[in-house]
Design a protein around this ligand. Structure first.
Ligand code: R5P
Length: 295
């Protein structure tokens, strides 16, 4: 039976592309608020006897979370054979330890909640830093896809003589893989995070690369401080105006307005809907769904 792909509000366009790419049926979920602010939710498709993929990118997870749980429970109660979460962006991956006494480890709590709600999880480039794989956090089978080859192909097709630049040590995994795929040089900068919206970045002497176009690559643009500080430091060394390619375009308040003037272009995948989206992920995710999640 055709799989049923159900988007949570705001994910309809991505779900339609995904359904078209994997031959699934795109259904609908109706939601509204009761007068007291509670969530009403109704599946507008019959999940009985079918594998159901709930599509919800988790860029703004807190207001979406209950609807996601209600939809998963409804699909299961109405006879879905399996209920998967397709989250092109997976939230709550960065607070993965107790940095200060008394803090919650939100990545663990969030993983526990999702693991008790879904049978499978499919995502793209989760921010794995201190944990090597999602299985260190999640108890359900997970499939993790990499966008690096797509980022690399976009750079190769659009940027003249790229120098791939990772803004911090964590970005080595993307910067190195992207550079290797397109036979470009790469450098990785050194970042110190001073606060939620404050970073310092050290650059080596890059003046030998003045005949190249720096392309900053990162998994997440959130406050935008990492990319902004890196771009300004590249400019201070007299390099060409940089380009920027990111996987998850979160762009929290004011970030886009600060970043846009600093780059020739900013391109992102459509993991999080944003005007900078240039790189489509649906074919990559559709392929994973067709191959089976964790089977
Ligand atoms: C973490 O270190 C990530 O790879 C990103 O560099 C980081 O999340 C970006 O955050 P922001 O845009 O707030 O500097």
């Amino acid at each position: 039976m055709q799989r049923l792909i159900l988007p949570l509000p705001g994910n309809e366009a991505f779900a339609a592309r995904l359904a078209a790419a994997c031959g699934g049926e795109a259904g609908r979920i109706e939601t509204r608020r009761f007068p007291d602010g509670e969530t009403y939710l109704r599946l507008q498709a019959d999940p009985a006897g079918r594998e159901v993929d709930l599509v919800c990118t988790l860029a703004r997870p807190d207001p979406q979370f209950l609807a996601l749980v209600f939809a998963a429970d409804a699909a299961r109660e109405l006879g879905a054979t399996r209920v998967n979460l397709v989250a092109p962006y997976l939230a709550y991956m960065r607070q993965d330890m107790r940095f200060h006494a008394g803090e919650c480890i939100s990545s663990l709590s969030f993983a526990r909640l999702l693991s008790s709600t879904f049978d499978r999880l499919l995502t793209v480039d989760p921010h794995l830093h201190r944990h090597a794989t999602l299985s260190a956090l999640y108890t359900i089978p997970t499939a993790t896809l990499q966008a690096a080859p797509l980022l690399a192909d976009w750079i190769a097709a659009n940027v003249d003589a790229p120098l791939v630049v990772g803004p911090d040590e964590e970005s080595e995994q993307w910067a190195g893989a992207i550079a290797a795929r397109i036979h470009a040089p790469h450098v990785v900068l050194r970042k110190t995070r001073l606060g939620d919206r404050s970073v310092d970045i050290e650059l080596p002497d890059l003046t030998a690369w003045r005949d190249r176009t720096p392309v900053l690559v990162d998994d997440i643009a959130s406050s935008g401080r990492t990319l902004a500080v890196a771009a300004r430091k590249l400019a201070a060394q007299g390099l060409r105006t940089p380009e920027c390619v990111v996987v998850h375009a979160l762009f929290a308040d004011g970030a886009w307005d600060e970043l846009a003037p600093l780059f020739a272009r900013i391109a992102s995948t459509d993991a999080v809907p944003h005007p900078s989206n240039r790189i489509a992920l649906a074919p990559l995710l559709a392929d994973a769904l067709v191959r089976g999640l964790g089977d």
